[in-house]
Design a protein around this ligand. Structure first.
Ligand SMILES: Nc1ncnc2c1ncn2[C@@H]1O[C@H](COP(=O)(O)OP(=O)(O)O)[C@@H](O)[C@H]1O
Ligand SMILES: [Mg+2]
Length: 172
């Protein structure tokens, strides 16, 4: 699958923990283009797994997002984004700055998330957290077409996600 990336753009990665979002972001985007909720948690608390830092981490993420979109930078949000309520303020920021939003949905078999989570060297999440994220994602996918994304790309198998080509569109 070829994913077309205009510039500027807001890219939302959407998928449960273990989907491979951070790996995907590292592979296809520059480090400075990626805003990760885990990294923002670490910035405010020195611990990317500290759930008590989530609110502060997202405030920081939204602040940096607004600065980047205002500057017309390609920006990828690497967070689970499985709830419509998490995506909404991000999409609103894109709209405010007139930047199109592209969604990349990781809709892999749940066993992939669970296996990858188990194989993580550190920071495994509880398996029932992933179960809940999968169910939230399924629920919120029903209306995702109407949330304001310019394009949605669905990765429905490991082969799909591993063979993605990111094509940067030349604009201007
Ligand atoms: N395409 C892939 N093939 C094999 N292993 C992968 C792939 N993507 C991620 N992983 C592994 O799965 C685990 C979770 O990946 P990660 O990118 O951190 O997921 P997420 O950010 O969605 O939680 C990591 O240990 C990573 O090395
Ligand atoms: Mg991650």
């Amino acid at each position: 699958m070829t994913i077309e990336i205009p510039s500027p753009v807001l890219v939302l990665l959407v998928g449960p923990s273990g989907a491979g979002k951070s790996t995907f972001a590292r592979r296809h985007f520059r480090a400075s283009e990626v805003l990760s909720s885990d990294f923002c948690r670490a910035l405010v608390s020195d611990d990317e797994a500290d759930q008590s830092a989530t609110k502060d981490a997202f405030e920081l993420l939204h602040l940096i997002l607004a600065k980047r979109l205002q500057r017309g930078r390609v920006t990828v949000v690497d967070a689970t984004n499985v709830h419509a309520s998490a995506r909404r303020p991000l999409l609103e920021a894109a709209q405010l700055f007139g930047v199109p939003a592209v969604g990349i949905l990781f809709q892999l078999p749940e066993s992939v998330y669970q296996n990858r989570n188990q194989q993580r060297p550190h920071r495994k999440v509880q398996s029932d957290v992933i179960v809940a994220q999968v169910s939230s994602l399924k629920e919120s996918l029903a209306g995702i077409e109407n949330e304001g994304f310019a394009r949605l790309y669905r990765l429905t198998s490991v082969t799909d996600s591993d063979s993605v080509i990111v094509k940067r569109l030349v604009t201007g």
